[in-house]
Design a protein around this ligand. Structure first.
Ligand code: SAM
Length: 470
């Protein structure tokens, strides 16, 4: 009997199914009747299957693409309002035993400086992040069982949560470390992590094995089944992602949606987030050596398609992308962005952006204050909220709230309150002015009057110095 729980990587990401999907999509890319039907289904917020979404990806009829973009914008506004969640990465260690051909942390790179933060250095990095105003971070590390064992990662998480500096505190630690065991995922859950993020890099098994020639990451099945193990270990929120540029994007897109479908079928809840990184230049890596790079237009189409295909899944964009690209995809579906990121180990303590241990070039190098003001100037509410996870609204509980439409009564006030904290504690005078006007206007968009009044009261208390309302 068919049991999605027992499917192995090569079954739930079936190569044959992806090839058939691409063939089906190519044959139907001008089938306007079918395309209209698919768009209509997406309008009903039911999401799309990998086959349906692949037809839209293959379609290049300008009016239909325009319809897709309008729909993506509408769905984005409907579910996420104009709130954008802020975060920053924290690199703990670039020691790595893998041989990933696109990543400068690979074992054979002998001229990159290797560094692993001590707990004192973690503390300094966290204080620097807190002093910018960050409340949510994602920790990053290479894979090295000797230098970065799970105990080290757990110790860092404990340190991060324990640091309270002035009004600062990191309230949610997401984790992006290599695929690991159910037992280790359980330990991460017990340490209080938010989302476990792991990029698939590529769903194409043969390419995957070539791109990861050596080290534990070479094992395609172990990597691809990581999210199943994470969920078996009790992690409710998992984040998927593909490193666009490594393989053909149509293949990756079908694989990504199949992965989401698998998690929904096997675990009853799909991915919490999807990240959309693109390959970047890095120490000894030239992105032009990867033949499958995608331009900004295709990138935008992929973001819009993810938005309409998995409307309940948050979408994350990093500072790998420029201000202009970020601006475009925020409109089409992205709900979380990083700001003022440093992709080097220990990078936040330095005045100048260090490059000696950097993982990849950062395109958007603005300060958090600049990013926050830029978002507000475009009419977005930068949100430093971490409430859902801290109140136990994770996994299917979070999804239920999102689907019920009640999320605005929750997220809108929380976004405004955490923005107010940011303005009071960290913003420049100019940003503060823009923010206060925005909060005033946005209060009226909280649907329930009772919630609105509570929010107003809390905003006044934040003004008086009280922090962290839940
Ligand atoms: N070591 C962990 C693992 O193996 O999944 C994850 C941490 S790694 C610091 C985070 C991600 O950076 C990788 O999953 C990869 O997708 C991305 N990355 C690596 N090299 C990159 C490059 N040259 N450009 C853009 N992203 C890159």
């Amino acid at each position: 009997m068919y049991d999605p729980k027992s499917l192995k990587a090569e079954e739930f990401i079936s190569h044959e199914e992806i090839l058939e999907t691409l063939d089906y999509a190519e044959k139907n890319k001008n089938n306007v009747e079918l395309i209209d039907e698919i768009i209509k289904k997406a309008e009903s917020l039911k999401g799309l299957t990998h086959r349906e979404a692949s037809v839209l990806l293959a379609c290049d009829i300008p009016e239909k693409i325009q319809e897709l973009y309008s729909l993506a914008e509408k769905i984005k506004k409907g579910f996420y309002g104009n709130r954008i969640v802020m975060f920053a990465p924290l690199y703990l260690s670039n020691y790595c035993v893998n041989g990933c051909t696109y990543c400068p942390y690979h074992l054979k790179n002998k001229h990159i400086a290797r560094k692993k933060l001590t707990q004192e250095e973690v503390r300094k990095e966290v204080v620097a992040l807190q002093d910018m105003g960050h409340k949510r971070i994602v920790i990053e590390a290479g894979e090295d069982p000797v230098n970065n064992p799970i105990e080290y990662i757990l110790e860092c998480i404990e340190t991060i949560y324990s640091i309270k500096h002035k009004n600062g505190d990191i309230r949610r630690v997401n984790v992006n470390i290599a695929a690991t065991s159910v037992d280790n995922y359980r330990k991460l859950k017990e340490a209080g992590i938010g989302t476990y993020i792991l990029f698939q890099e590529t769903y194409h098994k043969e390419s995957y094995e070539m791109l990861h020639p050596t080290g534990p990451k070479h094992d395609y099945a172990y990597h691809t089944e990581a999210m199943d193990r994470a969920m078996d270990g009790g992690v409710d929120d998992v984040g998927l992602g593909v490193l666009f540029g490594l393989e053909r994007y149509k293949y990756e897109f079908a694989g990504l949606l199949m992965h989401a479908e698998h998690l929904e079928a096997a675990k009853g809840v799909g991915p919490h987030t999807i990240s959309v990184p693109r390959i970047k230049a890095a120490d000894d890596i030239d992105p032009s050596t990867f033949a499958n790079g995608i331009d900004d237009e295709i990138f935008a189409k992929l973001c819009a398609l993810i938005r309409v295909s998995v409307p309940y899944t948050g979408m994350i964009i990093s500072t790998r992308e420029s201000q202009a690209v970020r601006e475009n995809v925020l409109r089409l579906g992205v709900s979380q962005i990083s700001g003022a990121s440093r992709t080097s180990v220990g990078g936040y303590q330095d005045e100048e952006r260090p490059t000696d241990t950097e993982q990849f070039d950062v395109s958007d190098q603005r300060s958090l204050d600049e990013v926050v003001r830029w978002l507000m100037d475009m009419g977005y509410i930068p949100s430093f909220c971490t409430a859902c996870y801290r109140e136990g609204r994770t996994g299917d509980r979070f999804m239920k709230l999102l689907k019920s439409g009640q999320i605005h009564n929750c997220c809108q006030p929380n976004a405004l309150m955490t923005l107010k904290e940011y303005l009071m504690d960290y913003a420049s005078e100019e940003t503060k002015k823009v923010g206060e006007t925005l909060i005033e206007a946005e209060l009226d968009r909280i649907p329930k009057e009772k919630v609105r009044l509570i929010c107003e009261d809390h905003l006044n208390k934040i003004e008086e110095g009280i922090r962290d309302f839940r």
